[in-house]
Design a protein around this ligand. Structure first.
Ligand code: V47
Ligand code: SF4
Length: 358
């Protein structure tokens, strides 16, 4: 049975759900790695991509209380914060000398912020850094804005797009299974809603990424349902640029699960590469995998390490032990040391031209 499935992967045939389940559970990690590496090499050769980016978390105040989250705070908490639009734009301007290509903006669901704040934030950041893409607001934030303002999610996306939004990040997907969501993040919008908002974005020409939070209480069945739902949507829209499996970080949050070990991270990456045959890029997010597993991940199907980031907060609030950012030289060194060719890219995964990045 396993041999036949492996032959199918080698022949680039799409696997059924049962076949993927067997492969994911039973195949030797080296076999999975070889299969994923072959796919990755067909798509990207020895290239491994990264982006010169900056993360901006505009507020940590959130009305939800996801059990895995160590980032969110309540109004009045000592370390709760919200950046004004000017403060956010200043953070972007303050890195004026650096060739930043992407500003990644996400935050909590802060009921005190008016709709206009989000539009102003996007346009102020865009103005502060016109050469960077603004990749902002998860589908969860878009749903929150729509619901609170009594506006359709499509209109929210249109308004954000008019303000300068270039892409949607992949966060908030967690695991789509309703039963798991009830345990992990009961207040969060459903997986269906998350998918619907990405579909709307794709229809409007806004490309996006997708994530999955793994290594906590989910099973392979849950993981595969999630991957296959993404694969189905991608068949219809072709709007996803990249998939990012996010290893659960176990500290300072209520979930009290263990988190995946290195082999599970590699297995997850390899299976993702094999299943998501229609999503071009697979990210080993070094902040959460750790730098060493990210390097290994490049041999297990990943082709992207995300970026320089500057100041990561969400994974670090939950105990990530990686640095909060890397310089361009450092990330290039990490890729070269792993045996790949570092290729700097834009937010939309196009290689950067040397004259702009110099
Ligand atoms: O939405 C929260 C997750 C996400 C924990 O689109 C946790 O390019 C692990 O989505 N352990 C934010 N994960 C990060 C994210 C992301 C990161 C980098 C690039 C992109 C992209 C997206 O982090 C949240 C949530 O799913 N998260 N808590 C935790 N304890
Ligand atoms: Fe809020 Fe997002 Fe944290 Fe959930 S994961 S509590 S929605 S900030």
């Amino acid at each position: 049975m396993l041999d036949r499935i492996i032959e199918k992967v080698v022949g680039n045939a799409r696997l059924s759900r049962d076949e993927v389940l067997t492969l994911a559970r039973e195949a030797d990690i080296h076999v999975l790695g070889r299969l994923a590496l072959a796919r990755r090499s067909e798509l990207h050769g020895q290239n491994a991509y990264f982006v010169y980016n900056q993360h901006l978390n505009y507020t940590n105040i959130c009305q939800n209380a996801c059990r895995f989250c160590a980032f969110s705070r309540r109004v009045g908490d000592e370390d709760a914060y919200t950046l004004t639009v000017d403060e956010a734009a200043e953070r972007v301007r303050s890195r004026g000398e650096e060739p930043i290509r992407e500003i990644h903006i996400v935050g909590g669901l802060n009921p005190e912020l008016p709709y206009q704040y989000y539009l102003d934030l996007v346009s102020a950041v865009k103005q502060a850094r016109p050469t960077a893409s603004v990749k902002a607001f998860t589908a969860v934030e878009v749903a929150f804005l729509a619901q609170r303002g009594g506006i359709s999610p499509r209109q929210v996306l249109r308004d954000l797009q008019a303000a300068g939004l270039d892409a949607l990040p992949g966060g908030g997907a967690e695991v789509f299974s309703p039963a798991l969501r009830a345990k992990l993040c009961p207040e969060k919008v459903s997986g269906e809603k998350w998918l619907e908002i990405h579909e709307l974005a794709h229809e409007l020409g806004i490309r996006s990424n997708a994530t999955m939070l793994f290594g906590h209480i989910e099973t392979w069945d849950d993981r595969l349902d999630h991957l296959l739902a993404l694969r189905d949507l991608q068949d219809r829209t072709d709007g996803f640029m990249c998939f990012i499996p996010l290893p659960y970080q176990p500290r300072h949050n209520d979930l009290q699960a263990k988190g995946p070990d290195g082999l599970d991270i590699l297995r997850m990456l390899a299976v993702s590469r094999i299943v998501l045959d229609n999503v071009r890029h697979l990210k080993a997010y070094w902040v959460m995998t750790g730098i060493k597993a990210a390097q290994m991940g490049l041999w297990y199907g990943a082709d992207d390490l995300d970026g320089t980031i500057v100041e990561e907060r969400i994974g670090h609030a939950a105990g990530a032990e990686t640095p909060k950012g890397m310089t361009r030289d450092q990330i290039m060194e990490v890729i070269s040391q792993a045996g790949f060719i570092p290729v700097e890219r834009t937010s939309h995964f196009e290689p950067t031209s040397p004259d702009v990045s110099a």
